[in-house]
Design a protein around this ligand. Structure first.
Ligand SMILES: Nc1ncnc2c1ncn2[C@@H]1O[C@H](COP(=O)(O)OP(=O)(O)OP(=O)(O)O)[C@@H](O)[C@H]1O
Ligand SMILES: [Mg+2]
Length: 244
């Protein structure tokens, strides 16, 4: 349960007190699952309905370009896009990893593909690929994890970002490093909490959910996230994932 998985109900066997304990545990597990499902549904429902209105709003702004001052129209479109990105992040946060089954995958190929996609859109994102074998991972979730970290590196670091893979025993390690200012005013790991941002992230857009999503995905893989400032400047994020 602590990994966000749903265990099968416990069989009601053993001595009377043990049976009672098992029954209580099953009830607790059921209530937590119901609560979790309702929370997800609520968040997804809100985000979905609001997004539909945003699409319409944006269309209306674009159809009214003749009547609006160009700068004001651009500001409106910009706001709409920001709200849209925030809702995407809320949806991401509400999602459960349990829906995707882990599979053997070529982690290095995944990292190389992500970096190539960033380079195509003009960003300096490099990969350093180590020997990682074919770990058992939830690929969609891992792509989301890496993308969130690279987005941060580009947004706050504003220079090149490096994604590296390696192996440490039963875990694979993915690191994302940038050469920006790092996190100086708070303990870096404090920013993993949902909605935590440093100085409202210096006026840059964002919801503060990216690292919480990264953390949840790492834990769903029996792993963890660690943030540290690099002595030479910039932030280093170390993610470990159980190779399965
Ligand atoms: N590479 C980085 N360099 C410096 N600060 C960072 C870096 N990555 C994250 N941070 C700090 O940690 C905060 C939390 O990051 P997180 O990814 O959770 O949220 P966000 O980027 O603000 O918004 P979102 O990812 O939801 O769009 C950021 O607001 C920023 O202050
Ligand atoms: Mg982010």
């Amino acid at each position: 349960m602590s990994r966000g998985e749903i265990p099968a109900g416990l069989a009601l066997e053993g001595a009377a007190q043990v049976q009672e304990l098992r029954r209580s545990f099953n009830q607790m597990s059921d209530s937590l699952q119901t609560l979790d499902a309702e929370r997800r549904l609520l968040l997804a429902g809100i985000a979905h309905d609001v997004r539909a209105r945003l699409v319409r709003l944006r269309l209306n702004v674009e159809l009214s370009l003749n009547e609006l001052a160009a700068a004001r129209a651009a500001a409106m479109v910009n706001d709409i896009e920001e709200v849209n990105a925030m809702l995407a992040q809320f949806l991401e946060f509400a999602r459960s990893e349990a829906e995707e089954a882990p599979q053997r995958c070529d982690l290095n190929a995944i990292v190389a593909r992500i970096c190539a996609r960033y380079r195509l859109s003009g960003h300096d994102v490099r990969s350093v690929l180590g020997q990682v074998g074919l770990p058992e991972l939830r690929e969609v979730a891992v792509v989301r994890l890496i993308t969130n970290l690279v987005d941060n590196g580009l947004r706050y670091g504003e220079k090149e970002v490096e994604v590296a893979t390696s192996r440490a025993g039963a875990h694979v390690v993915v690191t994302v490093a940038d050469r920006g200012p790092g996190i100086r005013t708070v303990s870096p790991d404090a920013l993993i909490k949902p909605f935590a941002r440093e100085h409202a992230a210096h006026g840059k857009p964002g919801t503060g959910l990216g690292l919480a999503v990264v953390d949840r995905i790492a834990r769903a893989h029996g792993g963890a996230v660690k943030l540290m400032n690099r002595p030479e400047g910039g932030l280093l994020v170390i993610v470990t994932l159980a190779a399965g």
